[in-house]
Every structure is written in C-alpha cells, then in structure tokens.
Design a binder for this molecule. Structure first.
Ligand SMILES: C[S@@+](CC[C@H](N)C(=O)[O-])C[C@H]1O[C@@H](n2cnc3c(N)ncnc32)[C@H](O)[C@@H]1O
Length: 327
C-alpha cells in the first residue's frame, strides 16, 4: 500500500476527510493500492469491488468503461454482442450503491459495424437496458465534443470519403430516482458577448414560430453566468488543433514519459468529470469511478474537495495514475 496522503495534503482536504470519514472506510476488507487525503484506488475487478460497497453510500458514479470495439484495444474490450449483458452486472451494483439522490454518468462512444459504413446500435441497446431492465432514470443525454478525434474508420472517411468525421461521444446521465441532486448554478458559463449586448439593448417580448415567448425564458445577465448547454467541450483539444499545443504536456503524461511508463491509451479530459462532479455533488460527497484507468476522475474529485474511490484492473495504469497527485 502506498500512502500518498502527504501529496494531496491541504488543511482543507484533511478537514473534509476528518469530517466525513475517509472513503476507504467503505471497503474495510480491501487494501487500497494507494490513497490520498480524500480518496483511494483499488486494484481488481470493479464488479467484485462494487459488490463490497454498502448500499446507498455513493453520491456519483462517473465512468468510461472499455467500449465494445470490433478490434481489440490493448486493455481489452468485450464483443458488441456480449456488451450489454457484460455491463448490466456492473450497472446493478452501481444502482445499489448510489444514494437515492445519486447519479450515474456514463461516457460511451458509438462505433461502426465491421466491414460496413453503418453504425452499430450496441450503445443504444445498453441505454434502453439500463432504464428498462436495471431501473435507472435517464436524467439527460449529454455530449463530449472533441474536435481532435481521428477521422476513422479511414476506409470510409479519408479514403472513400463516404462518411464524415466523428467528433462527439455520449455522456449519459442516469439517476436512481427522477429527482437526483443537481444544481446548474454551480456550472455557469461566462455570458456570451451576444447575450450581454441583448441584455443591454433589452429583450422585446416576441413569440417564436414555435409559440415560445422569448422574454419569459430569457436568462437575466444578473444571474451569475449563462446556463451551460449539454455539450461539454474539450478546450485543450480544440486549442491543440489551432495552436499545435499538446494536451500531452500535462503532468501525468510528462511524468509517465520521464519514468518510461506507458501512458493510458483512452483517457478522458479533466473537464468531463469536473463538469458533472460540480453539477451533481457537494464538497465532501463520494465519487466512484469503477473503470478508473489513469484516475482522471479521482484527481479531479480531490481538487474539488470531494471524496473518491477509483477501481482498476490493470496495475500498470494505477501505478502511473499516482503521477496525478504531485511528487
Ligand atoms: C476507457 S478506460 C478509462 C480511462 C479513464 N477514464 C481515464 O481518464 O484514464 C477503461 C478502463 O477500465 C479498465 N477495466 C476494464 N475492465 C475492468 C474491470 N472489470 N474492473 C476494473 N477496471 C476495468 C481498463 O483496464 C481501462 O483502464
């Protein structure tokens, strides 16, 4: 066991751990792989580990599981045909461990059918099963916009030019009950120049062709920021396209390279868990990522004073993920 509490040891984070108890107390029979002031990682199969967590003990499960690709990524993927069945085992445990006002946010990508320029429905089948078989509520469908995605499959997109480039992944927000804890005031965006100009000029009461009255829903600029859309953009990836700046320069990748350790091949950007952690949890709440990979979720949770648990099957990924927590 590696104790990293000195690494993320701020008076504020210690205060939270003391007030609410360290999350490792939720798994008293399992040994953390490493721990910080507010969180712990566990090496192993997350279906088993989730099974050891008490009922209604987790406020948010935020995760990106291995996708069902028809080619194998290095960390292993389940075939599309078996994917829904495979995932439901985890999903039932996730539902059980969530508090009644808790949320489960799932990042998943669509994919092409083998040898054809047509799209698979596997992820939509999963969505329906999560609601109709497991009993989750679909709170909202959101998207991760990543303009730096590769133009694949090359055969359809760059060679034959008969399909266009994918640039979004799904981020599905499920909840245990119809009214999960959520507050969009915590994720307000700066007002756009247009919005500020409109507010200055004054908005005339107009009725849109849809019958929607504009003034009644116009968000006053005095409300602290504009309500975000359900598209979360990876600004670093966008910047990389324009300026050649490389997101790979962050602390994690830099230190992996220095140490000669393999960088996790399928990380999501910190903005993704950060947005939902802020929207759906309060400081001190518990966030779990059962497919932690390089532990982006845990690191973001720690920075935002949430307690967290990360579970991962591959030791090498967990070992490298410690780089996210300083020296
Ligand atoms: C898409 S990656 C997650 C990457 C992560 N979001 C990040 O930013 O680094 C999925 C991870 O799930 C892990 N995994 C697959 N099956 C697992 C299982 N049964 N229990 C725990 N982890 C598992 C894989 O090893 C892989 O690292």
């Amino acid at each position: 066991m590696h104790n990293m509490s000195n690494l993320a040891d701020t008076p504020q984070s210690n205060l939270f751990a003391a007030r609410h108890g360290h999350p490792k107390l939720l798994l008293p029979r399992s040994e953390p792989f490493y721990e910080t002031a507010l969180g712990a990682t566990y090496l192993g199969d997350s279906q088993e580990l989730l099974g050891k967590l008490p009922d209604s003990s987790v406020n948010l499960v935020f995760t990106s599981p291995p996708y069902a690709l028809h080619f194998k990524k290095e960390y292993g993927n389940v075939s599309k045909a078996d994917y829904v069945e495979w995932f439901l085992g985890f999903a039932r445990e996730i539902k059980r461990v969530l508090t009644d006002d808790g949320s489960f946010v799932l990042n998943i990508a669509g994919s092409y059918n083998p040898k054809e320029p047509t799209r698979s429905l596997y992820h939509f089948k999963l969505l329906i099963a999560l609601v109709e078989e497991v009993g989750f509520h679909l709170a909202q469908e959101c998207f991760w916009y990543n303009p730096a995605k590769m133009p694949v499959p090359a055969e359809w997109v760059t060679v034959r030019r008969i399909r266009i480039k994918e640039s979004v992944e799904y981020v599905w927000w499920f909840s245990k009950t119809p009214f999960p804890k959520a507050n969009n005031r915590k994720v307000l965006r700066p007002y756009s120049a247009d919005m500020l100009r409109l507010a200055k000029k004054g908005v005339k009461t107009t009725v849109r062709p849809s019958g929607h009255t504009i003034t009644s829903s116009f968000d006053k600029v005095a409300n602290g920021g504009s309500i975000p859309a359900n598209v979360i953009e990876d600004a670093i990836a966008a910047d990389m396209l324009v300026s050649g700046n490389n997101a790979a320069n962050d602390q994690y990748t830099k230190r992996c390279k220095e140490a000669g350790i393999k960088i996790h091949p399928a990380r999501f950007p910190a903005v993704l868990p950060e947005f939902f952690i802020k929207l759906l949890t309060d400081e001190g709440d518990i966030v779990v990522d059962p497919f932690a990979g390089s532990n982006t979720t845990g690191a973001v949770a720690e920075q935002n004073s949430r307690r967290w648990i990360g579970m991962e099957l591959v030791e090498e990924y967990l070992r490298a993920s410690q780089f996210r927590f300083g020296d």
